[in-house]
Design a protein around this ligand. Structure first.
Ligand SMILES: [Zn+2]
Length: 285
């Protein structure tokens, strides 16, 4: 029997939610007050941390064999960074950049390809098998989570890790501590703002490894109440061919995927570039 915890809405802290979806025996609920989607009950913190370090799912399944390094991601990230950080590449000064939850290091590679050659670009990743795989490719990686030994940096990024994070307020306060004054954070995650019903979301929700699903309003809310100001927001489609192909692979492997058709879903992904504000705004808590 897996240990679970029952929680209030992680965004507005109210306890007023309705059933939204079920997957692999886990339930996602929607907060009636703020619309936030979250898994409740969810695996306990201890179960979650043990599973992450071993690189297995919190539900006890083996690591999804379709998950691996995706070289195409380097090109996709590079293209996105080129425009979103055009001002940084134009100045062409050495920078420090830490990618949090770096996976196989694709984002680190993309940043390195654009940044001044004397820059320090590295990844932080809790899953040991991924750290080992990235290091074998010559990518500088730190194993684990943000702590007092994490190097300070000018830029940080957190790409598609939001849904895995239990306490996003706490996460952002930790990111603040490793950012230099005026430093910046890039977040990319799904945007459920226009997704009303479960069947509008293409593919699996990925419960219980994914524990929360936000919209742009929630993301900017989290950032602003934890001392960040928004620099830029990009919205992008994610139900294109790559995403559908991934869903198809999982279907073949016998997972309970809703097969998605390309370009049919209101689901979006968002990238938010945010700057560390000198003070955390206490009025929003
Ligand atoms: Zn709420």
């Amino acid at each position: 029997m897996i240990n679970v915890e029952i929680i209030n809405c992680p965004f507005c802290r109210e306890n007023n939610a309705e059933h939204w979806a079920e997957e692999c025996g886990w339930k996602t609920v929607r907060c009636r007050d703020c619309g936030y989607l979250y898994v409740n009950p969810r695996p306990s913190v201890q179960i979650r941390n043990d599973a992450t370090e071993l690189g297995v799912h919190a539900s006890g399944d083996d690591l999804d064999i379709s998950e691996r390094r995706i070289g195409k991601k380097v090109d996709l990230y590079r293209k996105a960074l080129q425009s979103l950080y055009a001002d940084v590449w134009l100045v062409n000064q050495p920078i420090t950049w830490l990618d949090i939850g770096a996976g196989y290091g694709e984002m680190v590679e993309a940043v390195k390809s654009l940044a001044h050659p004397n820059s320090r670009v590295l990844g932080l990743e809790p899953m040991q098998p991924k750290v080992t795989a990235a290091r074998a490719l010559g990518i500088e990686m730190i194993s684990g989570y943000i702590d007092e030994n994490t190097p300070k940096c000018r830029f940080a990024s957190a790409i598609n890790i939001f849904s895995h994070i239990y306490d996003f307020d706490d996460f952002l306060l930790k990111v603040r501590c490793i950012l230099e004054d005026g430093g910046e954070l890039l977040i990319e995650t799904g945007d459920m703002g226009n997704v009303q019903e479960r069947d509008q979301f293409p593919g699996e929700l990925g419960l219980p490894d994914h524990v929360a699903f936000a919209s742009e309003r929630h993301m900017t809310g989290f950032l602003e109440r934890n001392g960040f100001e928004i620099v830029a927001v990009q919205s992008l489609r994610v139900d294109g061919l790559l995403f559908s192909a991934k869903g198809l692979v999982k279907k073949i492997l016998g997972r309970s995927t809703v097969l998605s058709l390309p370009f049919s879903s209101p689901y979006r992904s968002i990238r938010i570039r945010a700057r560390k504000h000198p003070d955390v705004r206490s009025d929003q808590e």
